[in-house]
Structure formats: structure tokens, C-alpha cells
Design a protein around this ligand. Structure first.
Ligand code: DGJ
Length: 371
């Protein structure tokens, strides 16, 4: 009996001594492409991510992937993490779970990609948009999905999914080249054919982002027309629907993975080509108005594998709170054979006048923005 007691006490002491070993060292830098442990020591599982900053805390929303090829479909939902410093992330759980009901739009096994959350000051609600493909239909549905919550970390309630702007023709500001205008009675190129085909049922909506401008208006940017065009579309006042006003950007080319930001009054857009999960050169655009005209500038990446976006694909550009001219370009390094192993490539955006560069770095920290 006595021996057993001593053994039990020894076990407790050994357990107490092990506790400090379980506390993870605080990260103080970014290491692009490395395993990135969260507060539990588990690799962050938030792919195709979107970010929201509120009152000193950053929130990261992304696709929760599972192991193997099955992880390319949504088996769990949208995962949320929070951070005060951008290096160390706390697991906040699943913000939007997929549904066990196979008839639900967001049924387990659907494709739910690139979730982005914005906050609506008027309704005081958090609004999540995502690219949705219905279960068992591959990438055919090409819909936008929306969910809302009263709390940033969720749970989010699914509202609806659809193809945006049914019945509407695009908006062209003065100065847009004529060859971008669409005459549905005489389509000139393939892209216009797709556009005209989709007017009655709404535009296809795949890879996407959401951007809230300084005036509080929100825009949904998505790959449309079999990815041959990007649409920039105005959201309504509560951010849960489209108004019908939208512009077509870089029509006739295939652009995916749009990430948009604004710096010194200029709008910037970084995207990719369309090669499935394989990397390709990034491309960037700029405009003085969100409605365009948007100027194409080529690949902003510099360094090893710059011609392949360093092995990744754009997902978001995050302004760093409280720092001037500080934006982080974020990309996913996809691993479709074992989806859960996908890595994150973050780099500072370097401004050269009105131009931008994204330079490869082995590792870096936010002090780069002090220089
Ligand atoms: C590229 C897109 O950017 C990803 O989000 C995903 O849809 C893959 N294509 C699927 O092949």
C-alpha cells in the first residue's frame, strides 16, 4: 500500500514536471512553407484563408482539410484561429460546420473553398462568403455561398448559395476599352459567349475574395465565365447579397485566386493563372477606381521559383494594423495528395513607387516594415 502511494506521488511529480515541456515556444518570425503549429502544437488547418482584424486581434478563417485526397472536399467545415501578433495562433474551432444532411447546399463532401469574413458595422453581424460546389457535382455548380454570425468566431449560420447578378449586364466606367464591352447579340470571343450564356441564371462564381472599402462598401471578387473573367461585384448594404452592379476584369484570360487591397488610393489585385492545384506565375493589376480600368502588370514575384509564385497560389493580402505601407501577401502551397499537409507562404509586399514586388525570404518578421 505504502509503495503504491509513493509510486502515485512520483507519477504526479513527473506529470507536473512535464507541463512546461507541453507549453510551446512563442514564434517570433514567419518561415514560409514550414509546418506552422497552433497553440496546441498542431499544424494550422485553415487553407485558402481569409483574415479579419478587430480590436487588437486577427482572425484567420480557412478550409479545414483532412488527410489524403478526400481532404480536397469539405468534410469538416471552416476553421477559425485568432492571434494578437500574427506569428502565434490560437485554435478557435470550426466556425461553419458542413451539414450531415446530404440534401443541404453545404452537405459534408461538398467543395467549400476560400472562405472570407467581413464585419458589417450597420447590422453588427459577421458575414462569411465562400466558393461552393454542390456535393457530387465536381466544379459544375460554381456558386457563391454566404453565412452569418453575431460572434466573430461563430458558429455561422448558412444563409444561401447562388450564382450572382442574374439578369444584369456589366458596368463600365468611362475609359474602359471598347473591346471589353459585351454585346450579347454578337459575342466576339469565348469569354463573352460564357458571359452571355450565364446572364439569365447568374454568373459562375469560383475562386473569390471580399473587400471592404474605406467608405464601408463591400465587394465580392470572383472567377466567372469558366474562370475566363474576374468579376468585381458590389454587395448590398448588409453584405449578404449582390446589387447587380459589377465589372468584368481581364476578360478573356483565366485568372484565379484574387487577393485585393488598397494603398495610397490605388487598388491592387494579385491573382494566379488556372492550373488546378499546380502553381503558376502570379499576376498583378492596379486601378484608380474599383470599377477599373484595371491595368495588367505581370508577375510581382522575385526569387527562387518566382515563375511559380514560389510554389504557391495567392489567397489574401493583409494590411498589418498600426503599421504604414505594411501588407502581407499570403499564398497556399497546396498538397492535393495529402490535403491537410498544405503549407502557407507569407511575404511582405514591397512598394516601388506605385509598383509592387513580392520577394522570396527564408524567414522574416514584422520589423521589415520599419525600414
Ligand atoms: C485552383 C483554385 O485556386 C483552388 O481554390 C481550387 O479550386 C483548385 N483550383 C482545384 O483544382
Amino acid at each position: 500500500m505504502k509503495l503504491r502511494k509513493i509510486y502515485a506521488v512520483k507519477l504526479i511529480i513527473a506529470g507536473l514536471m512535464a507541463i512546461p515541456l507541453m507549453v510551446h515556444a512563442q514564434a517570433k518570425q514567419f518561415t514560409p512553407g514550414a509546418i506552422w503549429p497552433d497553440n496546441n502544437g498542431v499544424h494550422i488547418n485553415a487553407h485558402g484563408g481569409g483574415f479579419l482584424y478587430q480590436k487588437g486581434t486577427y482572425y484567420w478563417f480557412g478550409e479545414h482539410k483532412i488527410a489524403g485526397g478526400a481532404g480536397n472536399r469539405a468534410m469538416v467545415g471552416v476553421h477559425c484561429y485568432s492571434s494578437k501578433d500574427l506569428y502565434n495562433w490560437k485554435d478557435e474551432g470550426i466556425a461553419l460546420p458542413v451539414s450531415p444532411d446530404t440534401t443541404n447546399d453545404i452537405a459534408k463532401g461538398c467543395i467549400l473553398e476560400r472562405p472570407k469574413v467581413v464585419y458589417n458595422k450597420k447590422t453588427k453581424k459577421y458575414v462569411m462568403w465562400f466558393h461552393l460546389e454542390l456535393r457530387g457535382q465536381g466544379y459544375k455548380a460554381a456558386r457563391a455561398g454566404v453565412a452569418v454570425s453575431n460572434k466573430v468566431t461563430g458558429p455561422y449560420t448558412f444563409v444561401k448559395s447562388y450564382r450572382p447578378n442574374a439578369g444584369f449586364m456589366p458596368y463600365y466606367p468611362d475609359g474602359t476599352p471598347d473591346n471589353e464591352k459585351v454585346d450579347c447579340t454578337q459575342p466576339k470571343n469565348k469569354s463573352e459567349g460564357f458571359f452571355c450564356r450565364d446572364v439569365p441564371g447568374g454568373q459562375m462564381a469560383r475562386d473569390m475574395n471580399v473587400f471592404v472599402d474605406d467608405d464601408g462598401k463591400a465587394y465580392h471578387i470572383f472567377s466567372a465565365e469558366e474562370n475566363f473573367t474576374l468579376d468585381i461585384a458590389e454587395l448590398n448594404a448588409d453584405f449578404t447579397g449582390h446589387t447587380g452592379k459589377f465589372a468584368r476584369v481581364y476578360a478573356g484570360h483565366q485568372t484565379e485566386a484574387p487577393a485585393i487591397f488598397k494603398h495610397n488610393g490605388t487598388y491592387y489585385l494579385i491573382g494566379s493563372g488556372t492550373t488546378g492545384w499546380d502553381p503558376n506565375p502570379a499576376r498583378w493589376f492596379s486601378a484608380k477606381s474599383i470599377w477599373g480600368p484595371w491595368t495588367y502588370h505581370g508577375n510581382p514575384c522575385i526569387g527562387p521559383k518566382a515563375e511559380l509564385t514560389f510554389g504557391g497560389q495567392s489567397t489574401y493580402v493583409l494590411p498589418v494594423a498600426g503599421k504604414k505601407d505594411a501588407f502581407i501577401f499570403m499564398a497556399d502551397k497546396w498538397t492535393p495528395k495529402d490535403a491537410i499537409d498544405g503549407r502557407y507562404l507569407w511575404f511582405p509586399v514591397t512598394f516601388k513607387g506605385d509598383d509592387i514586388e513580392i520577394n522570396w525570404m527564408e524567414n522574416w518578421d514584422l520589423n521589415v516594415f520599419n525600414n
